[in-house]
Design a protein around this ligand. Structure first.
Ligand code: GLN
Length: 487
């Protein structure tokens, strides 16, 4: 196997034993990028020069015999919604096309403390609004398993580059499913941590009560390593909870005996592709064979309202968060405006794409006087009901298992004309986002057309360890994570 195909934990051993150097590894990944990126288009920007410097620094540490962190010298890709000091951060938007952050997001500071190698910034739906990465103002990313299909979204670039071996792992962000859904559609592991587990400082805000940064990896062990690196309290983000962060590698235990797995009927309804249901049921059967106790008697009865609720709350928050892009303080400004008001209007109308404008209008409407009670407040109440459903379910079970996405990857262009169809891609992921729960998507097989299917596991807030344990056990007893796209 080539170096670019390996996992971070395998590569760490090789680096530590000085069997390979980080510079060699980084070059191997860039060679792979040269070969397949023209087909996949997962990156918006590559930072090779910087990466090679970072790799050389890691090598110096290994050569010194220093006790190097697990991610030292590991090539990692970063979603372009995360601020990277001195490296352009566009958020997939024209309005930020020239924005170079003067500071690093907290997750970047933490990754640099580990000595990672940053490969570049990955493509995404503009401001993380979308489920297919087709809303990027720059390019369309192709799913490595079938280049005519979408990679999922909004972190489609981050999922595709890991799937295509153009990065060892990557970071994405998940507001309503943007890590889990593309992970499922690209056949990689993706985790959305508990809301508050990871600092959002330096994450460009979409919907602040939902946004969370998390990892994409080739296996569950790497997911634990990346989580170890990014989690923790941060005085720069008042919602980054001061909870102890365990060593997540301790949860990599191949044992599900006696664990209670809930399977909610509300997730196996109309609109779910038969092949997806079959593979997810087969995955649940694997857990049962290994001693897990399956409980189909849990009810998440407000699930059907999750999408409607999400498309009130997320746009409402987005409309407030995006007010700052006015042509005065950030990025793009229209040329030769007639007056100040006209400058604001033209800047925003030229700088934002259609989906972002749609969300701003929806959100502004839902928050406006006279409609706020009917929409925004009502949505908040339903959000509480969704959370209460989960609280009750977790009295009975340790984890909940569902499909991650109702379908496998769809064709490029198939849903762009119909926003409602696009929004339905997130029916299985938004409920946990409302409740702030941690969720992981792991590969559980392929459709007859050879497209990946994901199993979603959910747990109580701050129970990432439970998710990792179940996901790891599944992985140890199956081969799905070893399947690779044929690029
Ligand atoms: N697809 C959902 C949306 O368009 C979720 C996006 C996300 O999680 N960032 O809002």
């Amino acid at each position: 196997m080539s170096l670019y195909q390996l996992t971070a934990h395998t590569l760490h051993k090789k680096l530590k034993e000085r069997e390979i150097t980080a510079v060699e590894l980084t070059e191997s990944v860039y060679n792979r990028i040269d070969a397949v990126e023209p087909h996949v288009k997962g990156y918006l920007e590559l930072t090779k020069e910087l990466a090679l410097e970072q790799a050389a620094a890691a090598d110096a540490g290994f050569q010194n015999g220093d006790d190097m962190p697990s991610l030292a010298g590991i090539p990692i890709a970063i979603k372009d919604v995360i601020c990277t000091k001195g490296v352009r951060t566009t958020c997939g938007s024209k309005i930020l096309r020239n924005f170079v952050p003067p500071y690093d997001a907290t997750v970047m500071t933490k990754l640099h403390q580990q000595g990672i190698v940053m490969l570049g910034k990955t493509n995404m739906d503009e401001f993380a609004m979308g489920s297919s990465t087709e809303n990027s103002a720059y390019q369309i990313t192709h799913n490595p398993w079938n280049l005519e299909t979408i990679p999922g979204g909004s972190s489609g670039g981050s999922a595709a580059v890991v799937s295509a071996d153009m990065a060892i792992c990557s970071l994405g962000s998940d507001t309503g499913g943007s890590i889990r859904q593309p992970a499922a559609l690209c056949g990689v592991v993706g985790m959305k941590p508990t809301y508050g587990r990871v600092s959002r400082y330096g994450l460009v805000a979409f919907a602040s009560s939902l946004d969370q940064i998390g990892p994409f990896t080739k296996d569950v062990t790497d997911c634990a390593l990346l989580l170890n690196a990014i989690c923790g309290h941060d005085p720069m983000d008042s919602t980054a909870v001061d909870e102890p962060v365990p060593d997540f590698t301790q949860s990599l235990i191949n044992d599900v005996k006696g664990l209670k797995v809930g399977v909610p009927k509300e997730y196996f309804t109309e609109g779910l592709m038969q092949e997806v249901a079959d593979k997810v049921n087969a995955a649940i059967a694997v857990l049962e064979e290994h001693g897990a106790i399956i409980n189909k008697d849990i009810s998440l009865k407000h699930t059907e309202y999750a999408i409607a609720t999400y498309y009130i709350i997320a746009p409402a928050e987005a409309s407030a968060n995006l007010a700052r892009y006015d042509g005065v303080r950030y990025g793009y400004r229209t040329e030769k405006p007639e007056d100040l008001l006209n400058m604001y209007k033209k800047t925003r109308s030229e700088g934002f794409g259609p989906e972002v404008k749609r969300r701003i209008m929806l959100g502004t409407f839902a928050l406006s006087a006279g409609y706020q009670d009917a929409y925004y407040r009502k949505a908040q109440k339903v959000r509480t009901l969704i959370r209460k459903d989960f609280d009750a379910a977790f009295e009975k079970v340790d984890v909940i298992a569902t499909p991650t996405s109702p379908t496998s990857a769809f064709k490029i262009g198939e849903r762009t004309e119909d926003p409602l169809q696009m929004y339905l891609s997130d029916v299985m992921t938004t409920p946990a986002s409302h409740a702030g729960l941690p969720g992981i998507s792991i590969p559980c097989g392929l459709t007859t057309d050879g497209l990946p299917i994901g199993l979603q596991l959910l747990a109580k807030p701050f129970a990432e360890e439970m998710l990792l344990r179940v996901a790891y056990s599944f992985e140890q007893n199956t081969e799905h994570h070893k399947q690779k796209p044929n690029l």
